[in-house]
Design a binder for this molecule. Structure first.
Ligand SMILES: Cc1ncc(C[n+]2csc(CCOP(=O)(O)OP(=O)(O)O)c2C)c(N)n1
Ligand SMILES: CC(=O)[C@@H](O)[C@H](O)COP(=O)(O)O
Ligand SMILES: [Mg+2]
Length: 620
């Protein structure tokens, strides 16, 4: 959508950073207003991450107004709040954000020189900022660096590693702490409690404004440094742990007061040390339904602006996350030793009911994937039955913990790995396509890949009952195929099932692409096996099939390199089996954003694609 000049005159003028800087400061509240309306308008038509973006309108304007971007480095943590930043940096056409070949959902270096650092995962901003600040110090060009991090993301260990490092050096870095008391759901943890004790000292801010004869006409951007320092020195802010880290701490300020933000940021931008500016904002600010329920509006489909009604794409089919949530509640009722854990993804992981009905058995550990894994290890050692629900992409964070703290010690932890495979709109940073590769090489682990909802249900139960070490059930984002859930039974470990007998070619399926493979197998009379287990591999079944098949095809929604198909290749090589084998999966690329079905089509993972791939391979 092109910015309508009549409807959004100031935004239309300021749709590039150069133009924004030309605006007189008194026009900025109007700019913020128009930016907010425009954002609501476009997200209503496309869907996307709305409430975080609404909360950072003023800070986005202030940062671009004061800093010399893109020369100065502006780094956004996670990056889900960067729609206003995209609009102000020449990317107003964001109505198709997340759609195939359109704007990236998060900051993306190749998309714009204003995106100083790519994002998607939480808590990377300060580390990257420390790197850039130290580099710019060496470069001696007075390039400044600013990181914007939320109160959710800063709970992550990585942010603390970075602050630990930053506190040791006298580096020129500005950290903006965006405090809205929200992660995706309500923010949890001691740090959150610590922040909640700090509120805006309205008296202090009032005095500050009076003393400075604060008014919109003041030309404080041009005041000299000594004068600026005096003002800051005289303000008695709280003493926080940031001060103990060696940082200068300022705030909290009202993060929607554009004049105050510009005043402080322009002072702090010239400081030669690490400073933290703590701002308090409202997630969803300016759109009532989003303010009321920022969790629901964290990431929304299309909606009606006037009524706030969200367009539902729901059918009467359960999502895999719901299957997991139902299963968890069923078991939790019977077994008080079961503990369900999430690193800040209660809603996405289908755990809302579980958290309500079984609060004693539920832990949201905040954005702390590494801790979540080792915390599960501690519970397992102590006789509890931890079930860790985690997105495939976020488990990447905790790889060493899976190996060192769980698998090596053969601890019975059940990993419910959600968002395995192609996730769709979040794109490259969030695709769950590496897990089978990175998990398969770990000893002592059982890996299950359900091909439908009922399989998922049964496998969760199987993993929960398996006490000899860790187990994984890896399932995709979104709905299943409509199979009904049967009563729970343990699946024999490492045993696949033959779905149909055919001729010449055996397709070995690992996971939810089975439904597509079924069509292909039927059409060309191939054998289709649902392998169910990536590890242990059902080698007896495969050996049996080698007797009467001339070709093998493996199928998975994961990287071909080192994935489930690779384990079949390894088995063939080890046993000198010379039957040709084709591995179908994700090629050696980062998978871009787009609807799940579009992306599957693009990489030939739907029925037509699988058929095409097999036929062209056979014809080679
Ligand atoms: C490593 C990692 N874990 C989980 C997530 C999922 N996630 C995205 S945004 C978010 C909440 C972030 O909260 P905060 O930083 O306070 O920003 P806000 O949404 O409040 O603007 C979470 C948990 C993620 N992106 N990366
Ligand atoms: C930015 C982020 O990491 C989350 O908001 C993520 O986009 C949620 O994904 P789902 O919609 O799959 O739960
Ligand atoms: Mg927050």
């Amino acid at each position: 959508m092109i910015i309508n000049r009549k409807k959004y005159p100031i935004l239309h003028f300021a749709r590039s950073v150069k133009k924004l800087k030309l605006l007189p400061i008194e026009k900025l509240p109007q700019l913020c207003y128009e930016l907010r309306q425009y954002l609501i308008d476009i997200v209503s038509k496309s869907g996307g991450h709305l409430s975080s973006s609404l909360g950072v309108i003023e800070i986005t304007v202030a940062l671009h107004y004061v800093f010399d971007t893109p020369f100065d480095n502006l780094i956004w943590d996670v990056g889900h709040q960067t729609y206003p930043h995209k609009i102000l940096t020449g990317r107003s056409d964001i109505q198709d954000i997340n759609k195939k070949s359109k704007l990236h959902p998060f900051p993306y270096r190749k998309e714009s020189k204003y995106d100083a650092f790519g994002g998607g995962h939480a808590a990377t901003s300060i580390s990257a900022g420390v790197g850039m600040a130290i580099a710019s110090n060496k470069e001696n060009k007075n390039r400044r660096t600013v990181c914007v991090i939320g109160d959710g993301a800063i709970t992550s260990g990585m942010a603390f590693e970075a602050m630990n490092h930053a506190g040791h050096h006298n580096i020129h870095l500005l950290i903006i702490l965006n405090h809205n008391s929200m992660s995706i759901s309500k923010n949890v943890g001691a740090l959150n409690l610590c922040f909640s004790k700090i509120s805006i000292d309205h008296n202090l801010i009032k005095k500050y404004k009076e003393r400075k004869n604060f008014c919109i006409k003041s030309d404080f951007l041009n005041k000299d440094v000594v004068y600026q320092k005096e003002y800051l020195r005289d303000m008695k802010f709280y003493n926080t742990f940031f001060n103990d880290f060696g940082f200068q701490y300022f705030g909290p300020l009202d993060g929607h007061d554009i004049f105050l933000l510009i005043d402080f940021i322009s002072r702090l931008s010239s400081q030669k040390y690490t400073s933290v500016l703590h701002i308090i904002t409202k997630k969803g600010k300016g759109y009532f339904p989003a303010e009321l329920n920022p969790t629901e509006w964290h990431s929304v489909p299309k909606f009606d602006i006037n009524t706030g009604k969200i367009c539902s794409t729901r059918k009467d089919i359960l999502t895999y996350s719901e299957v997991f949530g139902n299963w968890l509640c069923t078991i939790a009722k019977k077994d008080k030793k079961l503990i369900g854990i999430t690193p800040a993804m209660t809603e996405g992981s289908g755990m809302v009911n579980f958290s309500k009905f079984f609060p004693e058995q539920y832990f949201d550990v905040a954005i702390a994937e590494q801790h979540a894994v080792t915390f599960s290890a501690g519970l397992a050692i102590s006789g509890y039955k931890p079930v860790l629900a985690i997105y495939s992409t976020f488990l990447q964070r905790a790889y060493d913990q899976v190996i060192h703290d769980i698998a090596l010690q053969k601890l019975p932890v059940l990993f419910a790995i959600d968002r395995g495979g192609i996730v769709g709109q979040d794109g490259e940073t969030h695709q769950g396509v590496f897990d089978l590769t990175y998990l398969r090489c770990i000893p002592n682990i059982v890996i299950m890949t359900p091909s439908d909802e009922n399989e998922c249900f049964q496998m969760l139960y199987t993993g929960y009952c398996y006490r000899n070490g860790p187990s994984v059930v890896r399932y995709p984002r979104g709905m299943g195929i409509g199979t009904s859930l049967k009563s729970m039974n343990i699946i024999p470990i490492g045993k696949g099932i033959i779905k149909r007998f055919g001729k010449k070619i055996a397709i070995l399926n690992f996971g939810p692409l089975c439904i597509f493979a079924e069509k292909v197998a039927k059409k060309l009379d191939f054998t289709l096996v649902d392998m169910r287990f990536v590890k242990p591999l059902d080698i007896n079944l495969i050996l049996c099939l080698t007797k009467n098949h001339h070709f093998f095809v493996t199928l998975e929604e994961g990287m071909v390199s080192g994935g489930a198909g690779s384990s079949v290749n390894e088995f063939f090589m080890k046993n000198k089996i010379t039957i040709p084998i084709l591995n179908i999966g994700i090629p050696d690329i980062f998978v871009p954003h787009g609807d799940q079905s579009e992306i599957r089509r693009k990489y030939e993972l739907d029925s037509d694609g699988i058929l095409k791939k097999i036929l062209s391979w056979l014809n080679k």
